[in-house]
Design a protein around this ligand. Structure first.
Ligand SMILES: Nc1ncnc2c1ncn2[C@@H]1O[C@H](COP(=O)(O)OP(=O)(O)OP(=O)(O)O)[C@@H](O)[C@H]1O
Ligand SMILES: [Mg+2]
Length: 205
């Protein structure tokens, strides 16, 4: 299965979510192979993985690879021979041919968005740019659930019947500081993976 993290707006925690999802996935399925395809020319996911290696750590089960149009295309064929619980997570760039390709190879697209109504517009724009029929859901990240903005965001999504994860990732200093490390504490991402497994299993039937 290929899961792409995409949003036409930058800085919405795509890379952070890709890395935490990878960690949460191998925590749930310790024998699975997770491939993170870094399709963003900013190379943030690759830099994150380099920092892990520089600290002498080895991320068991997770492989972060730089991706271009060709590798993304090939990911489709490779996914066909994956083990049942192996997964490819694509960290997409905010625009261009690589974003389009990252979306079109996906079995499922996750659209991370912050909890401000303005950002929700971008999430909708991203969803409407998906190839027709691509299953997707919005993931609220860096959220502050006690604010009016959060409630307005959830209401706006639900009024439009926008598919979304029930789990919301809270704004946390610990998540911000996880850059360059193997995520140990997984916070709400454990719940996100639980929901993701449910969605992917349904798609697979
Ligand atoms: N749950 C969170 N709580 C607090 N800060 C967070 C959280 N998730 C991500 N961040 C921070 O938000 C910033 C943007 O995150 P990230 O780099 O993952 O976004 P991105 O969508 O990949 O950005 P870009 O478009 O530049 O690739 C980073 O400083 C990151 O540490
Ligand atoms: Mg990024």
């Amino acid at each position: 299965m290929i899961v792409t993290l995409a949003n036409a707006k930058g800085g919405v925690a795509k890379t952070t979510s890709a890395m935490f999802l990878a960690a949460a996935w191998v925590r749930r399925y310790p024998t699975a192979q997770v491939t993170v395809l870094d399709a963003d020319p900013q190379s943030s996911a690759s830099l994150w993985a380099d920092l892990i290696v520089e600290q002498g750590e080895q991320w068991r089960g997770v492989d972060v690879q730089a991706a271009n149009l060709s590798t993304l295309r090939r990911a489709r064929t490779q996914a066909a021979s994956q083990g049942a619980r192996d997964i490819v997570i694509v960290d997409a760039p905010p625009q261009g041919a690589l974003l389009a390709q990252s979306m079109s190879v996906a079995d499922f697209v996750m659209i991370p968005t912050s909890d401000t109504p303005l950002d929700v517009q971008q999430a909708w724009a991203t969803a409407s740019a998906l190839p027709a029929g691509t299953p997707y859901a919005v993931l609220l990240v860096r959220a502050e659930p006690h604010t009016r903005a959060y409630r307005a965001t959830v209401q706006a999504l639900d009024e439009q019947h926008t598919p979304r994860f029930d789990t919301t990732v809270l704004k946390r200093q610990e998540i911000k500081q996880a850059m360059g490390h193997i995520p140990q504490k997984l916070y709400e991402y454990t719940g996100v993976v639980g929901e993701l497994v449910g969605v992917l299993d349904q798609l697979h039937q």
